[in-house]
Design a protein around this ligand. Structure first.
Ligand code: F6P
Length: 361
């Protein structure tokens, strides 16, 4: 009898921990006697002729692969197959080609590792093509609903925290205000978590509007208290005082975040006269070796995703809740976008530690 064959793909921005999830899924599937086909570059591998995929076996995926950042399968956050930009400038619906690709490969079910944007596309594709799918949540932004953690978040926070540890000595040696701009899109989880862990004096997140009087007051208090430096963390989607996002349109037409750190740094200099420097952490947050925690949840997610297929449970996303791996409807996870809850215990913790969130009277 032919072996059951499942597919796995990574979609959207990369992050640390993806390879641990792929590895775990392959190990679990192998134990069940199944084959795993890794699709290259998300669904883009199925738009290629010949189809681009790798047959994944445990012997190819030793423990070293778990230590590696990125994704051994490649990924893309461009080229929505429902509105695919063609080289001649036209837009084409290429979903049927992808569905045909799954059928040609004989894939009975697919594991999609992605964020909410990828899940929305993959789910629509699965419904259209009768493809059986389960999802594994990943994003450094940690904004997917119905799960406490997504793969990649913990590593991004660890990197941002280490950046603060490394900025502190320069701040202290030069009597400076050091501003660190971190990623996270519309959710301030990385800034809030790393800011608390890394001893920031001010944390600005998109969910809490700020004013310069509040930030200046905090920096003045720090100086009055005898400390000659301050650390400020700013999340990339924080707006300017005029309410504008700090984004730049690149020549490919894409708007990308970047610049709010420099904007806030200059505002701090103007308001306080403090010598200020800015670091934009950028993709460094996505690429390092995964933390133990990202390796752990990724491994648990990979195993559970295969178990869901074995149980014939589809259109589900594996999730981390109360120290356990559970599964939830993908639709519910997409719908429950998870920004920072301004009444959460972490926001309370920051305020109770005297960290300014930029909105104090
Ligand atoms: O969603 C993850 C993320 O890293 C965001 O935090 C960031 O704004 C964006 O992706 C960057 O995307 P790209 O890799 O396309 O520049």
């Amino acid at each position: 009898m032919a072996k059951k064959r499942i597919g796995i793909l990574t979609s959207g921005g990369d992050c640390a921990g993806l390879n641990a999830a792929i590895r775990a899924a392959v190990y679990r599937a192998d134990l069940l006697g199944w084959e795993v086909y890794g699709i290259i570059d998300g669904t883009a591998g199925l738009l290629c002729d010949p189809l681009e995929y790798k047959v994944l076996t445990p012997s190819m995926l030793d423990t070293n692969v778990m230590r590696m950042g990125g994704t051994i399968l490649g990924t893309t956050n461009k080229g929505n197959p429902f509105a695919y930009p063609m080289p001649d400038g036209t837009i084409k619906d290429r979903t049927q080609e992808i569905i045909d690709g799954f059928k040609t490969l004989g894939i009975e079910a697919v594991i999609g590792i992605g964020g909410d944007g990828s899940f929305a596309i993959l789910r629509k594709l699965a419904m259209q093509g009768g493809i059986r799918m389960v999802g594994i949540p990943k994003t450094i932004d940690n904004d997917i609903g119905e799960t406490e953690s997504s793969i990649g978040f913990d590593t991004a926070v660890a990197v941002a925290t280490e950046a603060l540890d490394r900025l502190q000595p320069t701040a202290a040696s030069h009597d400076r205000v050091m501003v660190l701009e971190v990623m996270g899109r519309d959710a301030g989880h990385i800034a809030l978590t790393a800011g608390i862990a890394g001893g920031a004096d001010v944390i600005l997140i998109p969910e809490i509007p700020y004013n310069m009087a509040s930030i200046s007051k905090k920096i003045a208090q720090v100086k009055e208290g005898g400390r000659n430096f301050a650390l400020v963390v700013v999340s990339e989607a924080v707006k300017t005082l005029d309410g504008e996002p700090a984004q730049m349109r690149f020549s490919d037409g894409q708007l990308r975040y970047g610049g709010i750190g420099h904007y806030v740094g200059d505002q701090i200099f103007r308001a306080t006269g403090s010598e200020t420097r800015v670091t934009v952490l950028g993709h460094v947050q996505r690429g390092s070796p995964p933390t133990y925690n990202d390796r752990l949840i990724a491994s648990a997610f990979g195993v559970r995703a295969v178990d869901l297929i074995a149980e014939n449970k589809f259109d589900r996303m594996v999730a981390w809740k109360n120290r356990e791996v559970v599964d939830v409807p993908i639709e519910a996870a997409i719908a429950a976008y998870q920004a920072v809850d301004v009444n959460s215990s972490l926001v309370h913790t920051a305020r109770a530690l005297g960290i300014s969130l930029g909105d104090e009277a």
